[in-house]
Structure formats: C-alpha cells, structure tokens
Design a protein around this ligand. Structure first.
Ligand SMILES: N[C@@H](CCC(=O)N[C@@H](CS)C(=O)NCC(=O)O)C(=O)O
Length: 225
C-alpha cells in the first residue's frame, strides 16, 4: 500500500476542489487519482460505495469521503495560513447554506440553473428558460448574503481568507460560469471581486491545473507537486 494518502478527484467538481485546496493549504502530499465520473475506478467504489468524489484514503486505512471533512482533516493537521481562525459556528452555518441537500439551499438552485434540462420533463425551450431563471433568482438570495458579508471585510468572515471562502468559492464560480454575461453585469460588485480574486489566486491556479486521467498501473502523480 502507498505510504501517501490517496485522493480520488475530478478536476472540475467543486467538492473535489475543496479537498485539493485543503491538502494544498495544509501542504499535505497525496497521490492524486484523477477520474471521470461516468467511469469510476473499482477501488474508489470499494472504498466509498456512495460513489462521489472526493474520496481520501489514509495510509492507516481510514476513508474520508465528504469534501468538508477532508478540508477540515487537512487543516487540522496543519494550518499555516490560519484558515481555521473564523468562528466555527458562523463558518458552518454559511457552508451549510451552500451545499446542504435541503431544497432551500444554494447548490439545489445552482444545479437547476446550470442543468435546467435535467430537472424539467417539459423540454420546450421556454419551459427550460423559466426553470433556469427561477433557479437563478432563488440562488441570488445566497449571493446577496455573501455580498452583504463582503461589505464588512475583504473575505467572507475576515480580512484574510478563511475556511468559508475556500469551501464556498468553487460553487460561486460554477454559478458565475453558468451565465457569464449575466454575472458580469449583475449587481454584486463585492462578490464579483471576491470571486475574481479567488480565481486569480495561486491556490486556485494550483488546484485547477490539468491532471492526467488515472489508470490502475499508472505511475503515481503527486499533489501538491
Ligand atoms: N457531499 C459530497 C458530495 C460530493 C459530490 O456530489 N460530488 C459529485 C461531483 S461534483 C459526484 O461525485 N457525483 C457523482 C456522479 O456524478 O456520479 C461531498 O461533499 O463530498
């Protein structure tokens, strides 16, 4: 067995981004196994039958298969950039509004905005546009929450990035990319600036580099390099 943790990951998945950000910020080296979602490796499915990325296997056999748990596990080992300094209760509440499975939350609306066709049996274009628009408007409640927080400081909970910024920004990036023209003209200047800074940051640039697809027998790819 490898003496490094193994991370099953998918480059564009916002949950997997969280895991890679945590490992990078904590400077924990792993063997990164880039997968595609429609063809998941057997070993990953054996480790985590729920079959979502990210999945982290520690050398002692422990499996962590929730993105936030991986992010927290990594930062609890090593947190040189003090990402864990914001109030945990406020942090958790904000992150929960992003990706809880409850249907009032941001991810729920984001999915319907991004993939309106998947959530709509009526495949007329007007009907899909209505689904997307309704979802976008619902998602904007959360964006407005971020916008208000960002009037007080440069990042969501402080003047430096904390856990909440890194846990949430990958999802806001997806939201912005789902309608770039609209986003660029939308009335959320603080959030637009915050997102741009995230995308330009060395952290994002490092975790978003292209990784070759993993196949059993490949020589291991280390991350961070
Ligand atoms: N609650 C999980 C959610 C992870 C998740 O849903 N990941 C997506 C990709 S972004 C996935 O693997 N979906 C399975 C699939 O599409 O087959 C976490 O936070 O890690």
């Amino acid at each position: 067995m490898s003496d490094l943790p193994i991370l099953y990951s998918f480059r564009r998945c916002p949950y997997a981004m969280r895991a890679r950000i945590g490992l990078l910020e904590a400077n924990i080296k792993v063997e990164l196994r880039e997968i595609i979602l429609r063809d998941k490796p057997q070993h990953m499915l054996e480790l985590s039958p729920k079959a979502t990325v990210p999945v982290l296997l520690l050398p002692n056999g422990t499996v962590i298969d929730e993105s936030l748990d991986i992010l927290l596990w990594a930062l609890n080992q090593n947190d040189p950039n003090k990402l864990l300094t914001a109030d945990p209760k406020t942090t958790n509440k904000l992150i929960e509004q992003t990706d809880s499975s409850k249907d009032s939350h941001f991810k729920h609306h984001l999915d319907r905005y991004k993939y309106a066709t998947r959530y709509n049996n009526d495949d007329t274009q007007t009907s899909q546009q209505t689904t997307a628009l309704t979802a976008r408007i619902a998602a904007e409640t959360f964006i407005q929450t971020l916008e208000t927080l960002l009037t007080d400081h440069q990042f969501l909970l402080a003047n430096n990035p904390t856990l909440a910024d890194y846990a949430i920004a990958p999802f806001v990036r997806q939201f912005a990319n789902s309608g770039r023209e609209w986003w660029n003209a939308a009335p959320y200047p603080n959030t637009q600036k915050w997102l741009e800074a995230f995308i330009a940051s060395p952290t994002f640039q490092t975790i978003f580099q292209k990784f070759p697809l993993w196949q059993p027998g490949n020589s291991p790819l280390h991350f961070p390099t």
